[in-house]
Design a protein around this ligand. Structure first.
Ligand code: 6GU
Length: 279
């Protein structure tokens, strides 16, 4: 079945659950799922009940779609996302973004937990994504590979300005009202995972201009831009990843830091959504 038809069917099933038309789509990364507590009048649909959706298999990723109000703005939230390293095709990973766009979302806020490659970054800091490097994509793994669906977008969509400058400005202004939040801006590099990088790979990533490294986000952003959504990307730096660490990184450390940053993340996200509504 064509991805367009899959997305249309999924959207139709979701519309049976609610009349609300979301304006903003939010993808929650590892451990950041608690923003969900701030949603008002939310309905939750497990991915298992949405046709053509994959199931999330990672600890810390719940696997449901929520539609409700955040700061009085209708939002659709992915609590749990799909990763390339789980073995899904990139078209499968990005189907929910297609669906959220069809539901009416014009803006995508995509979040993740990432390693801090920039030596000035500290665990618990945030980084706005200004630009990305798509390591799997440069090697052939791009979600737009295959026949282009004209109803979604262009054959050759540009990505030079994928991360909306106005939204970044908004995020910085929100962060300024929270002294406990450190918000950097930098380049996110996607690696396929699931193994973490070697020290040599991290030094390589640093050399080519990476500030933060992670295993997600880029496929969703490409598909969102294909559909001309405005994109804001936000990384939580959960650990150092400069290539000079003596301790090995592990998934528990990532989740522990994400847990501690939850209130800060919720404040940032709420402020950003409030700002989007006032555009
Ligand atoms: Cl992909 N790599 C490293 N080194 N640390 C991370 C990460 C990746 N994602 C979260 N923390």
């Amino acid at each position: 079945m064509l991805q367009y038809e899959q997305a249309t069917e999924a959207a139709a099933v979701i519309r049976k659950h609610t009349d609300r038309r979301p304006e903003v789509a939010i993808v929650l990364g590892s451990g950041l799922g608690d923003l969900v507590a701030d949603l008002k009048d939310a309905i939750a649909i497990p991915y298992a009940e949405i046709p053509h959706f994959a199931r999330s298999t990672v600890v810390g990723h719940a696997g449901r779609l929520l539609i409700g109000l955040l700061e009085n703005v209708p939002v659709v939230v992915m609590q749990g996302r799909f990763h390339f390293y789980e073995g899904y095709a990139l078209q499968m990973i990005t189907l929910p973004v297609r669906v959220m766009s069809l539901l009416g979302a014009k803006t995508l806020i995509v979040t993740n937990a990432a390693g801090g490659v920039n030596p000035q970054y500290r665990p618990g800091d945030f980084m706005l994504i200004r630009d990305h490097i798509n390591m799997p994509g440069l090697a052939g793994a791009n979600p737009l590979v295959g026949a282009n669906e004209e109803r979604f977008g262009l054959r050759f969509p540009p990505l030079a300005h994928a991360y909306d400058a106005q939204l970044r400005k908004l995020a910085h202004s929100v962060a300024q009202s929270y002294p406990e939040i450190t918000l950097h801006e930098g380049v996110y590099t996607m690696v396929a995972g699931p193994s973490f990088e070697t020290s040599a790979e991290l030094r390589f990533l640093r050399t080519i201009g990476t500030d933060a490294v992670g295993m997600s986000t880029v496929p969703e952003v490409i598909v969102a831009r294909h559909m001309q959504m405005r994109v804001l990307g936000l990384s939580l730096i959960t650990n150092l990843a400069t290539g000079e660490e003596t301790e090995e990184v592990n998934h528990t450390e990532v989740l522990t830091t994400a847990d501690a940053a939850r209130p800060k993340f919720a404040n940032l996200a709420r402020g950003i959504v409030r700002g989007i509504a006032n555009y």
